[in-house]
Design a protein. Sequence first.
Length: 136
Amino acid sequence: MMAGVEVTLATDPPPQATGNIPSATVTGAVGIAGALSAILSFRCSTQCAARIASRMLGVPLAEASSQQCDAIGEICNMTAGNFKAKIGLEDKCMLSVPTVITGGNYQLHAASATRRVELPLMCEGEPVWIALEIRG
């Protein structure tokens, strides 16, 4: 809602974002610490990240490109905050400062993750992935 884009479940899921996927070149991540220890990540293309930034800031796409990392970090922050509130741990967990990685040849690994849930979505026709890695 904050980004002004429509996100739907991928009916024909794209490959998992854990590998080297050329279309997923921006990854934002936020750590959750306290009663729950986890990392929430969001992956998308640079084009999708720029569109999200443009909509969030209300500026033309060309101006938003330099703000795409901040926008993806904020998407992670809002999603992680909403998640911990929904599961009743709003006051029992803290969020880290968002980290955003760009490029095409990387993988994000959470140390000692025991459970990983990944949700493939479509954002205005482009695949995006939201993942939650929970430590036991």
